[in-house]
Design a protein around this ligand. Sequence first.
Ligand SMILES: Cc1ncc(COP(=O)(O)O)c(C=O)c1O
Length: 461
Amino acid sequence: MNRTRSQALQRRAERFFPGGVNSPVRAFGAVGGAPPFIERAQGAYLFDADGNRYIDYFGSWGPMILGHAFPPVVEAIERAARNSPSFGASTAIEADLAERITVSYPAIEKMRFVSSGTEATMSAIRLARAATGRKLIIKFEGCYHGHSDGLLVKAGSGVATFGIPGSAGVPDEIAHLTIALPFNDLAAVEAAFAAHSGNIAAIIVEPVVGNAGCIPPHTGPAALSSGLVEKSGLVEKMSPQAREAWDAINGPADFLAGLRSLTRNHGALLIFDEVMIGFRVGGKSATYDPDLVTLGKIVGGGLPVGLFGGKRELMDQLAPLGPVYQAGTLSGNPLAMAAGLATISYLQEHADEVYPKLEKMTAAVFDGVAQEAQNASVVLCANRASSMWTWFFTGGPVTNYQQAAKSDTAAFARFHRGMLDRCIWLPPSQFEAAFMSYAHTDADVEATIAAAREVFASFAA
Ligand SMILES: Cc1ncc(COP(=O)(O)O)c(C=O)c1O
């Protein structure tokens, strides 16, 4: 495959940008080879500077759920641009988009728009600290919540891809305010609350992890690991023996329900970071009633948008009503709001077509590739939640970051390069999720499975 123009563009980019990129994982460091430079995209396809066409299972790291250059979204952006891209003053469209979001997210009574997921989580944490008067935050290993100082501790995405514990430049005093625990481990959370009684402001969690690869939460009964079981609102104490018997019968406890109970019992807030899964993997906020929710990616329809929101009395602590300061020159930008409104309106008005199609197409490619791996005796653990998934190159199970980290990343890199050479664009790291879009066709899925068959066959050679 010819990529000479992309290679030349990469060399030029390296003169101006560290690693030639404006976000680290784009450099393809974990999979090798120069990254193709993209010129345009349409529907399910990316076109690079050398004229190669790729079937895209990445969708700009998640936002492009309707496919690239989706006409209603492009038209909305064009219309907004003709009225000037920015005013720095309030516009009606901000409330139009907000109203749509509250329909799908009952946990969000009030919100504030920002320009990235990083800003959303950073601001939600500030608010949680102010509201509780506490400093400590619990996060989970392999979860990525953007690149603000306190949230880079044992983070996922690029931090996991490059195998680093955090980031240089984050003072220890800040990093020590973050407690990183294994995902799906309620006993660890209970122990942290016991050890830091009265000091934990909030738990922030990706309800379905995407940034260590796709890792769904345990969804068993609403039981806590060290002996509390919540049934019909009743919390009772169980002996360790009863606990063991309960687990044997019921399986692991519902992780998110456990987080909700623990935070309530200990006066801490629960923050669901749905920047990646929002409007893709439904229902988590509606079921578990978090205090704050962060969104991004899809709500901006491909333009830079994030938001944080939640209970009215919490959100009203923000300036100008309250003492918690947060602001943004381009927050609620009219172009970004137009793209977001067109995307969310389409998703809500065509939910009965969009989501079943996403489910069907995702199941087909997810199962089809896993079957090809099995046929070729390549060991995979395949995790999926709705239209996001990861093929981990390990026997599994993968229920937390430590297990994900056992993956054979060299095998993943080989798989990735083989697929890219067959014009299939997958996330360039074992520790990222793949995404389906509404624009993908049966033919795309078949081509992808056929490509995987060839690549797995080459593993044996
Ligand atoms: C769950 C989650 N939170 C926060 C972020 C940060 O968002 P952004 O890259 O827009 O700053 C990401 C980005 O991938 C994410 O997946």
